[in-house]
Design a protein around this ligand. Structure first.
Ligand SMILES: C[S@@+](CC[C@H](N)C(=O)[O-])C[C@H]1O[C@@H](n2cnc3c(N)ncnc32)[C@H](O)[C@@H]1O
Length: 212
C-alpha cells in the first residue's frame, strides 16, 4: 500500500463509540503493552459490517482478550444470535465480561475458557456457524482453521487476523515461529479449494475465506 495511505483510510472509517473507546483505554490502563493485542477500530467496524450484512446468526471467535472484537461481532448479530468466544485467560476475559454486560450483549455471548483447539474439537462437527474469527496464538492457526471449516455452513466466512505480521511475511528467511507459521498458513489457504479466499491489507492483514 502506498506510503502514508493507511493512516489516511484508518482515520476515515466510522469511529468507535464511547463504549469501545472506554474499553480501549481500560485495557491499556490495566494491561499496559498487552493492549496492542486488541484489534484496530477499522477492523472492528469491518467485523460488524460483515456479520450484519451476511445475516449471520451463529458466530465463533478464537482469541477474545478483553472483548473488543467480540463486541463488534455481537453487534452485527440479531437479538437471538449467538457468539461463542474461546480464550484461555480468565484475567483478560473478565474485562470482556464487564463490557459485554455494559453493552447489553451478555445474553448473546458465551465464553468457554480453555485451549481453543479442545473447545472447538468438542463441538459437533456440524456446519452450523455463519462466521468465525481467528485471532489467537499464530502457530495454531492451521489447527483452528481446519477445525472450523467443517463447522461452517456453505457460504459462511472465516476471518483471520494478523496474516501480514507487520510485513514480516515478505521475509522468506524469517526464523520467527509466528511469521513462519503465518507464511505457511497463507500459502495453504490460497490453494484450499474448500474456500474462496482474499487477503486484505486491513490493520495487520485480514484473510476472508468463504466456504464453498
Ligand atoms: C490477539 S489477542 C485477541 C484480541 C481480541 N480479538 C481483541 O479484539 O481484543 C489473542 C488472545 O488469544 C488467546 N489465546 C492464546 N492462546 C490460546 C489458546 N491456545 N486457546 C485459546 N485462546 C488463546 C489469548 O489469551 C489472547 O486473549
Amino acid at each position: 500500500m502506498a506510503h502514508g495511505i493507511y493512516p489516511y483510510l484508518a482515520a476515515r472509517c466510522s469511529p468507535p463509540d464511547e463504549l469501545l473507546i472506554d474499553l480501549f483505554a481500560e485495557t491499556r490502563q490495566k494491561f499496559g503493552e498487552r493492549s496492542v493485542m486488541q484489534i484496530g477500530a477499522e477492523l472492528g467496524a469491518l467485523l460488524t459490517i460483515l456479520t450484519a450484512s451476511t445475516g449471520a446468526r451463529r458466530a465463533i471467535e478464537v482469541g477474545t482478550f478483553t472483548g473488543y472484537s467480540s463486541i463488534c461481532i455481537a453487534r452485527g448479530l440479531p437479538d437471538d444470535g449467538h457468539l461463542l468466544c474461546c480464550d484461555v485467560s480468565e484475567e483478560w476475559t473478565s474485562l470482556a465480561r464487564h463490557y459485554w454486560k455494559r453493552a447489553g450483549l451478555d445474553g448473546r455471548i458465551e465464553l468457554r475458557l480453555g485451549p481453543a483447539a479442545d473447545t472447538i474439537a468438542a463441538l459437533p462437527a456440524e456446519p452450523v456457524y455463519d462466521i468465525a474469527l481467528i485471532d489467537a496464538d499464530k502457530t495454531s492457526y492451521p489447527i483452528y482453521y481446519d477445525l472450523l471449516v467443517p463447522r461452517l455452513r456453505p457460504g459462511g466466512l472465516i476471518l483471520v487476523d494478523n496474516v501480514l505480521q507487520n510485513g514480516k511475511v515478505l521475509d522468506e528467511r524469517s526464523q520467527d515461529a509466528d511469521v513462519r507459521a503465518i507464511q505457511a498458513f497463507n500459502e495453504a489457504v490460497a490453494v484450499d479449494d474448500r474456500v474462496q479466499a482474499v487477503l486484505l491489507a486491513v490493520s495487520d492483514g485480514l484473510t476472508i475465506a468463504r466456504k464453498r
